[in-house]
Ligand binder design. Structure first.
Ligand code: CS2
Length: 486
């Protein structure tokens, strides 16, 4: 039974909106964050900001279901105080290349109404290698050979911008909402890398007319599970396959650099700033870093969700210590930000028992996440002679997790672009040899860091402890050693 709840409806007219934003990647996070902000901004400040939503790989049927529901879906915010829900009304159109043809998205990009292309395509969607577009990536090569039928999001955007330029229109803003460091720069590098490989005139036009602001996006939005679907059904009286259940907290820090306007997101709490980087690093290290730490070590121990980890004193204390002693000291924040408050707030958010945020969901794509979440702060700590023993356990936990089983021997899902490589190594190696092989994967480990003798020794010994006594005992051992050393 839902304890206390409310359900709000938009008071603006959906049919009066224009398709000013194309959002690619209509997954759980997008529905509860950037699109939700646009709905609230329309409500607060008016405007005609409609959003066309697109998916590229899976989810074709979900988009058709959204059309059938009048393009309304529900965002429900849940915590112990109850449930507050809103029907989002700003979606004007849905697009899927398999359903609508490969011209649909590029043609929409070339249209006169469009102002912004926003993205939630996950880290791997940018096809980057070392901060530039990976020109050896098979899908990138495909998009360079047959640019009119692109398969990657980056290829689709570049093809759309090419058509826009040919139509004599101005540039747009490409707004990344993914958890990459300097995400605007990374997104720009990917788009310009593809454009340059096609036509330097196109690359120059994009440089002159388009903008790529960086953003820090934050809201915990687990994939919809059956319990969340049931809560929505109870609330609405019918199914909402595109509905989502998330935490009440939301934050969006945006570099205010747009080519041709934006919704009034500031009116409903977005922070428009000139430099997003400190906020991105804070969130990537303290929130996402702690998430990955809990995901690998928690899943190995048998904790199914982040809230389960928080209900375990050892994991909760270790996550807080990781944030405050190994991540916060690597940040330089504006004076108004109190990192201790931030860490305490994160522990509270992680403890929300209404969210069933699976450790195995967060464990996905570790090869794309480890560098910015755990390895970058680790390199700072090594350089500054600071303790990084909890980070070592997180890296060791990842190494142990990608072998594909937890501590009871039960299988855990290893979903990662490098899963094949991990499986090959795990089949024939373990211990020192296995860890050394992982550290040689330079798509994950910067060779300078991997060659650091202190780093190698720390990760090796953490791996030994996790393998020998298990994740939870290894955490206790590390926390006790620290207290002894104080
Ligand atoms: C999580 C993020 O799945 C993950 O890797 O760490 O999705 C996290 O929940 C969001 O970034 C929170 O804003």
């Amino acid at each position: 039974m839902i304890k206390k709840h409310s359900l709000a409806q938009a008071s603006y007219d959906q049919s009066a909106l224009k398709t000013r934003i194309l959002h690619i990647g209509f997954g759980a996070f997008a529905r509860a964050h950037p699109i939700f902000y646009t709905d609230l901004a329309n409500e607060a400040s008016g405007g005609d900001w409609g959003v066309a939503v697109a998916r590229s790989n899976s989810g074709e049927a979900l988009l058709s279901e959204l059309d059938a529901a009048g393009r309304f879906y529900t965002v429900a915010e849940a915590d112990d105080a109850g449930l507050t829900a809103r029907r989002v009304a700003c979606v004007t159109q849905t697009l899927h290349p398999l359903r609508d043809g490969s011209d649909a998205i590029p043609d929409l990009i070339s249209g006169a109404d469009l102002r912004i292309i926003s993205l939630t395509i996950t880290e791997k969607g940018y096809c980057l290698a070392g901060g530039s577009l990976d020109l050896d990536h098979p899908l990138v090569q495909h998009d360079l050979t047959t640019p009119e039928t692109p398969t990657t999001t980056i290829g689709t955007i570049v093809e759309g911008l090419q058509r826009r330029r040919s139509a004599g229109r101005g540039g747009v803003t490409v707004l990344t909402c993914d958890n990459l460091p300097s995400n605007g720069v990374m997104c720009r590098n990917a788009v310009l890398g593809m454009a340059l490989a096609r036509d330097s005139g196109l690359a120059d036009w994009i440089t002159e007319t388009c903008r790529f602001p960086s953003t820090m996006v934050d809201r915990i939005v687990p994939a919809l599970d059956s319990a969340a679907s049931e809560t929505l059904r109870e609330l609405l009286g019918h199914e909402d396959p595109n509905g989502i259940l998330c935490e009440p907290f939301r934050q969006w820090v945006i570099e205010d650099d747009f080519a041709c306007g934006r919704p009034d997101w500031a009116a409903i709490g977005a922070e428009m700033v000139t430099d997003v980087e400190p906020f991105e690093d804070m969130k990537l290290r303290m929130l996402n870093g702690a998430h990955s730490f809990l995901a690998y070590l928690g899943a190995l121990h048998g904790h199914a969700t982040i809230a389960d980890c928080m209900a375990d004193d050892v994991f909760r204390e270790a996550a807080y210590r990781l944030m405050m002693t190994e991540q916060a000291p690597t940040l330089s924040m504006p004076g108004t930000v109190d990192l201790n408050d931030y860490a305490s707030q994160l522990i509270k958010r992680f403890s929300n028992s209404k969210l069933h945020h699976k450790t195995t969901q967060i464990a996905m794509d570790g090869s794309q996440k480890l560098p910015q979440r755990l390895l970058a702060p680790c390199a700072v700590n090594l350089e500054q002679g600071r303790d990084w023993s909890l980070t070592a356990l997180a890296i060791a936990g990842w190494a142990r997790y990608v072998r594909g089983t937890n501590e009871t021997g039960a299988p855990v899902p290893v979903q990662d672009p490098m899963a094949g490589e991990f499986a090959q190594l795990a089949a024939v190696q373990d211990g020192r040899q296995y860890v050394e092989s992982l550290l040689r994967l330079d798509q994950i480990f910067d060779p300078k860091l991997a060659a650091h003798s202190g780093f190698r020794a720390g990760v090796l010994s953490a791996y030994d402890r996790v393998a020998a006594i298990g994740a939870r005992s290894a955490l206790i051992e590390t926390l006790v050693l620290r207290m002894d050393g104080q």
